[in-house]
Design a protein around this ligand. Sequence first.
Ligand code: ADP
Ligand code: MG
Length: 380
Amino acid sequence: MIKIDQISKGFDNDVVPVKNLSAEIRKGDVISLIGPSGTGKSTLLRCINMLDPPTSGDIYFEGQKITEKGYDVTALRRKVGMVFQSFNLFHHLTSIENIMIPQVVLLKKTRQEAYDRGMELLEQVGLGEKALQYPAQLSGGQKQRVAIARALAMDPQVLLLDEPTSALDPTMVDEVNAVIRKLASSGITIMIVTHDMAFARDISTRVFYMDEGIVYEEGSPEEIFENPQKPNTIQFIKKISSLEVDICSRDYDFEGLRKTAYELMGRMKLFGAFYQNAVLLLDEVIHQILFPRLSDPFRIHLKLIGRKDGVTLCFEYSGKQEDLVSLIRENAALSLIEVDQDERLAISCRIICGYAEAMNYTRQEGELGNLLEIVVRGES
Ligand code: ADP
Ligand code: MG
């Protein structure tokens, strides 16, 4: 549907955020653009709908070179809808008028046709009752849903969304995400810049990680989030999805650790008792399993890695190697329900206190001598 061929985009201030970027977007793709800020994600979207044409290189839309001099950019804008972080609604117009005007002006529809389609779209985003309200009377989430309805009124073939929930109060993110989620499954081609990694992982068919002016790495959500291949992607994913600390004293600030861990869960959108319990479990393992068996001085290198379907708790610790199977057996908090046949020490455990429903537990040797890895799986 869209072919981007070696485009670069530079600004007067000599900043060139996009350098020789090539990519292809297929019909029905839902692509999340992720990456550190300032890596040209917004710039790329603005190039694609020619709000801000590239300085060099070409873009093709269904085979037509849209970067060609004389190409009808207005026709392109009808096919490529855009939704901004800041809504960009007309403040002196009601919701329905905001949606009607572009249909009348660009699609040459009658006011009645534009009204009917507008109402249909407002219903679709759950705002049928807000048709006559002005933007100032709407919440941020409602404004953004009107903006999405307005973009859809052009019956675009592609919808570009630039951080559509970043300016919203956290309580309103879900209502907007729900609308985007529904669109994503409706078959419309979508490109969305987002910092909401759990959402990106959920809705995307492909993820573009942007860095160094290009689509630095692309892949399925699983490939990018679970198994990135290139150094910058690996570093980025690690930074946003994990927590690593060294514990060398029994007086460690566990309160602070729990708080940081909960923040990570929030960032990964891993909500629900299950994940809270994974944090409690972390505490439990350290206090009940490791501390009693470690003699000073010791070091526990803790890694907490958030995943789509759970959390991995990784405890690397120095000290005498213990038989962790018997450790777990001995421990009052854990009840062993199944030991893997192949002696790789993959054990499913259940925590009596109801901390986790199912737990995968493996032991290997780590850098500090011992490695205990617990994978807590669950639904949010
Ligand atoms: P992202 O969306 O990935 O955070 P942007 O595409 O907004 O990144 O910006 C990339 C870089 O280009 C930034 O350094 C930004 O300051 C710069 N930039 C973006 N728009 C302009 C502009 N109109 N004029 C000058 N510099 C710009
Ligand atoms: Mg941006």
